[in-house]
Design a binder for this molecule. Sequence first.
Ligand code: CTP
Length: 384
Amino acid sequence: LERIQQAYPEGGIYVVGGTVRDALLGMGGPDLDLVLEPLTVFASQSNHRRNRLDELARQLVGWFGGSFGLHVAFGTARVKLGFGLEVDLAEAREEYYPHPGALPQVRPSSIARDLERRDFTVNALALRLSPRLEIVDLFDGLADLEARLLRPLHPLSFVEDPSRILRGVRLAARLGFRFAPEALAQIPSAVQPEVLAQASKSRLRDELLLTLGEASATRALGLLAELGVAEPMFGMGASPQVREAFAALEPILQTTSDPEAAVAARLYLLLHFHPDPEGFLTRYNLPRRYAEGLRHLRFPPEDPDDIRKFVGLPEAFRALHPERALWLLTPRRMLMGRDLLEMGLPSGPKIGEVLRKVAEARLRGEVLSYEDELEFARKLVSDA
Ligand code: CTP
């Protein structure tokens, strides 16, 4: 940051977002977000036109090594520095929403307009680098940071983007923040069916998966229920049963540092208790591998359509060695009916029988990969 200060004494470069919030809380983060005021705003102080985004990205790589990718259309660049730090650069921009819940459109703007479009006051703090270091606090974010309150910047913030509720829940669970009264007041209108129907599903999905990946996911789940968000947003409450299952999963998850395994395990648990897991996966466009993993984690039921008759996941987890449970939960390729058809097994009850035997072998730890499963199934087929 000192280097940037010296090289760009004319200013217009800011540290923004979670980095500032976390730094003020005394926590270090894995990356750095910088915002540059664009030429249109900056022209009066700049006597020659240049692409500051491109220039700063090159400059950083020149100083510290590494590489960068530029997205001119979005006015952003991502720089991966030689010593591992990732720096996101973006031109200051403002967003406008064509209709509630839609993905916003953006256009270049000032730092003030850039900060104004953000979710919570504690996330709308910026650190101006030059001419001197200075906190830019346009919305009393510092006071809210001290009081550990999540306060949206305007009354329609959650209606415009309901995924911000999930972002808030994640922050509350991770950092021990609370929703300010203004935030609580706007939740009910933001989770109305017609608002959620318009909301960006990919944003909701991404925020859900991020939440499930955090160590504080169980707390976040409880909070979603308390705020009355779980049911309208995800079609299920966070019943005591679900929360208990989440808590039971924790010791298993502590045996891994693989964040993907944690996300998958918690998602499987949610799906296990969900009244319509297939509908949930489709609605949020979740990766199909989760649906397939879920089907194969359970013994094939008598009635393949009734997913709720399957063997209970949490019980199965408890009986297993943690490493086995995690291995089972990590999404990966598993034997499917169509593999058996390709082996020449005619469609019919035999397919279900072989799949069931493979699933049993999987739980006993006798097959450890897709190749093992193919091999195991081939043997069953040829014996038959
Ligand atoms: N943001 C927002 N609405 C969203 C997503 C993001 O207003 N739906 C804003 C937030 O103010 C956030 C900034 O965009 O500070 C950058 O988002 P992101 O990179 O996801 O979060 P960080 O702040 O970098 O970090 P963290 O996840 O730790 O909060």
